[in-house]
Design a binder for this molecule. Structure first.
Ligand code: ATP
Length: 202
């Protein structure tokens, strides 16, 4: 099936754009949500995390000890890379299993991932979209949504690739500022993907 990856910086509006695609009937795989879920459910991943970061990575009831993991990977690039090397293949497995459940007459699917480019998972998509928004708008939206300070949002933004870097790998763009309509941009891309998906079949 034709696969479209979608990404963007924190607060850019990628989830909002995905919701519009969902209204159009396009199934969306939310990789970051799935990653959180499978960290407690995928037996292979749980074993990998325990052997890399200790049994204390999980509570007795099987829930992930976020504080323990965050304490190890925060500001430790090697540990973070090790965690990603465990989680990303498990998310790929989950995506494949999810795709099996999608009706065959679905024109294309969307995979939303904050680290689409960083994790190289864009290479497994036929095309991709980068959602962008000006810094001040992203900041305002995230502060409001998560009830956090500018400093906290900036710390999260600084951990991501810049839009300039991501743009080099992007095939399509949605500009989610306060002037251009996100709905119109999604509708235009949807028409384009319907055509590409049809060509992809033949
Ligand atoms: P994150 O990476 O943090 O999950 P995201 O890229 O998925 O963020 P969203 O959650 O879609 O971003 O959007 C961030 C916030 O901004 C949300 O509260 C959303 O409702 C709001 N928002 C997004 N786009 C618009 C828009 N065009 N107009 C008004 N509010 C918007």
């Amino acid at each position: 099936m034709y696969k479209v990856g979608i990404t963007g910086g924190i607060g850019s509006g990628k989830t909002t754009a995905c919701k519009v695609f969902e209204v159009l009937g396009i199934p969306v795989f939310y990789a970051d949500t799935v990653a959180k879920e499978i960290m407690c459910k995928d037996a292979l991943l749980v074993e990998g995390i325990k052997s890399a970061f200790g049994n204390e990575s999980y509570f007795e009831d099987g829930k992930l000890n976020n504080k323990h993991i965050a304490g190890i990977v925060f500001n430790n690039e090697d540990a973070l890379a090790q965690l990603n090397a465990l989680v990303h293949p498990a998310v790929f497995r989950a995506f494949d299993a999810w795709e099996e459940t999608i009706p065959a007459n679905t024109p294309y699917t969307l995979k939303e991932a904050a680290l689409l480019f960083e994790s190289s998972s864009y290479k497994m998509c036929d095309t991709n979209i980068l959602v962008t928004a000006p810094y001040e708008i992203k900041m305002k939206r995230v502060m409001l949504r998560d009830n956090v300070t500018e400093k906290q949002v900036k710390a999260r933004m600084d951990k991501q690739l810049s839009d300039a870097e991501k743009s080099k790998m992007a095939n399509h763009f949605i500009v989610n500022d306060e002037e251009q309509s996100i709905i119109e941009q999604v509708l235009a891309l949807h028409q384009e993907f319907l055509k590409s998906a049809e060509e992809h079949k033949s």
